[in-house]
Structures are given as C-alpha cells and as structure tokens.
Design a protein around this ligand. Structure first.
Ligand SMILES: [Zn+2]
Length: 344
C-alpha cells in the first residue's frame, strides 16, 4: 500500500494574543458585559454580543469560527466538554508561549519577553532550509518582539513586525497606503501595530507573492484585556474573526490555494477568571495556562467542537510540518503531532 500524500501544500498560522477559551466557547461574559462599571455603553454591546442562548451568543462574537470552521473543521479546548488544551511552558506569557508554538519546545530558559534572539530553531526556520520552502515563508506581526522570537537574523525568515514598512511596494498600491498609515495612528500599546494594519499587509502580501506559509500574529486582545477594556477586547476578537473570514474566502476562491491550504488558529496563553483575573495572566494568575486551537483544511476531517482529550501548544509545530509532508525534528525534543488534525 502506498502512502497517501497530504493535500495540504500551504499553511496559514494565526495567533490571537491572550484571547481566552472562555469567550471562544461561551461568548461574551455577562458578569462583565452587564456591569456598567466595567463596560461603559452596556446597551450597545449587549445588543451586539449578548444572547441568552450560548450557541447564538458565541456565534454573535465569532461568526466565522462558529460558522465555517465549526462546520468544516475542528475546534479544541472547550474544558466544559472535557477537551483540554494547555501550554507546556511554566511561565504563561507571550515570548515563552510563541517560542513553544513555533519551535514545538517549551524552553524553561525563555523566561522574559525581552529574552533577545531565540536560540531555538522554529518549524519555519527548519522548512526555510528546504528548497521547496526557502524564501516562501512570510510573517506579519503586530508585536515587535517577533524579530527575536523567530530569530530573523539567523533564520533568514521574512518577519514584518510592528511598524516595519513593506519594501518594494508600488506607490499607488494598498501596501504603500498601509506603510503610510501605520506610523500615523495612535501608538496606544507602545511598540504594537494595530491588528488591522498587520492583517492587511499580510493579506496583500499573500495576494501578490503567493507564499507557501503565512503567519499572522495579532496582539490587541491581550493589550485591551490588560487595560480592562472589555468592549474593545470583544470588538477586536470580532473583527479578527472577520479577518479570518476574508482570508479564508479568498483562499477558497484562488486556484493556487483552494483545497490545498490549512488554516490553524490559536493563542499563546490564556487569562484568569473574574474581572481582575481576566485582566492578567502568568503563573500568579490561575487558569492562564489554558488555551485552545481551531483548524480547517483539506486533510482535517470535519469534527466541529471536539469534546475530549488533552493537547498542548508544543504540538502545533510538528503538526504543521506533517501537514506539509515534513518530519520536523530539531536539537530539542518537540511535541508530537496531533493525529486527529491529520485525519489519522
Ligand atoms: Zn499580556
């Protein structure tokens, strides 16, 4: 019997920084949304995001995930149903979290967001060494730490982080407009580009250059949560879901990508419970090691909301490589593939 080749030729990875499984699976939290001390315009946001029916409520917040992805893909991490996703790293914040996602190795040495250049090889760096993927991997991130997290200097990966311009764009192109706009918007999170700019730059790049691997790293959900701005946190999750819808409908209408592309969506860490807990994460904040992920693609059987199992963020790297037909190994022990994503 011959080995069946996967249908996946391209992978798109999306991370939504510190977006909780609680809102993903339950929608807006009424104890926040209905508290006038916490949400200024409760009537407006109640109308937009509240529904007494949980299924309708989460769909109001994330219509693409609870529409297309639920119908045709897989969604993991609903702890209420007995499906658990966690980070393996012992820190529960961003750089250790992204290192784990991208290298498949929860490195205890990486204990700070200012760690500097990552000593570990990411799955993208490993693939970039192959003839097939060399120069065909692109990363667009809102947070400026990704130049170090992906060790741009050593890896040779194309990493467009925070306020970097997209070089080589025509003066009348959308990319030129995005270059122009990104430094003329309020820098409200200090060193973080707004996600709409990151998305549109990445999306334009996808359309123009046809990368085999695209990574979009969004940030706003985490920063709005730290600032206690619940309505902004919900709005950001909601329009990020719309970015995903735009991206996926383009992919599925483009012959280069249609039915040959897998989209994986996840987060770098969770958050605590209660309003004060939600504002924070890290080892002092219980439950902030709890995460989730969702997948849609030609090799991933439609299972919808997965109701059992224990998964870890260190498994995505090897799983993405396996989807592309590669066995990802590095100097470090990496997490195993998620076989249900691969249809095994
Ligand atoms: Zn944070």
């Amino acid at each position: 019997m011959g080995q069946t080749k996967n249908k996946t030729e391209n992978v798109i990875l999306v991370t939504i920084d510190g977006f909780r499984w609680q809102e993903l699976f339950n929608g807006a939290d009424s104890s926040f949304l209905h508290n006038k001390k916490l949400v200024e315009n409760t009537a407006k946001y109640n109308k937009r995001y509240w529904n007494d029916n949980l299924i309708e409520r989460r769909k109001a917040l994330l219509p693409f995930i609870w529409g297309t992805v639920k119908e045709k893909g897989q969604i993991y991490g609903n702890r209420t149903l007995g499906c658990f996703v966690n980070v393996k790293n012992p820190y529960w914040f961003s750089y250790p979290g992204y290192n784990e996602i991208l290298t498949g190795f929860a490195d205890v040495r990486i204990n700070s967001n200012e760690f500097g250049p990552n000593p570990n090889t990411s799955v993208f760096e490993a693939l970039n060494k192959s003839n097939e993927f060399n120069g065909r991997i692109a990363t667009f991130t809102s947070w400026d730490a990704f130049n170090d997290i992906l060790n741009e200097k050593r890896s040779g990966l194309k990493v467009n982080a925070a306020f970097e311009n997209m070089e080589g764009s025509r003066s009348d192109s959308k990319l030129a407009l995005l270059n122009e706009m990104q430094t003329k918007l309020p820098d409200i999170f200090d060193g973080v580009r707004l996600d709409a700019i990151t998305f549109n730059m990445g999306f334009e790049y996808l359309k123009e250059k046809s990368p085999r691997i695209l990574y979009l790293a969004f940030d706003e959900t985490d920063d709005f949560a730290h600032g206690g701005r619940y309505s902004d946190y919900l709005n950001s999750a909601h329009y990020t879901d719309d970015f995903l819808k735009t991206l996926w409908s383009w992919v599925q209408n483009n012959p280069t990508y249609k039915d040959k592309t897998t989209l994986l969506i996840t987060c770098d860490h969770g958050r605590g419970e209660g309003f004060e807990g939600w504002k924070s994460h890290g080892t002092e904040t219980a439950h902030s090691n709890e995460t989730w992920f969702a997948v849609i693609g030609p090799d991933t059987p439609a299972m919808g909301e997965v109701s059992k199992g224990q998964y870890y963020n260190n498994q995505y790297a090897k799983t993405m490589a396996a989807l592309l037909g590669f066995d990802y190994k590095t100097e470090n022990p990496v997490g195993a593939t998620i076989d249900s994503v691969l249809g095994k």
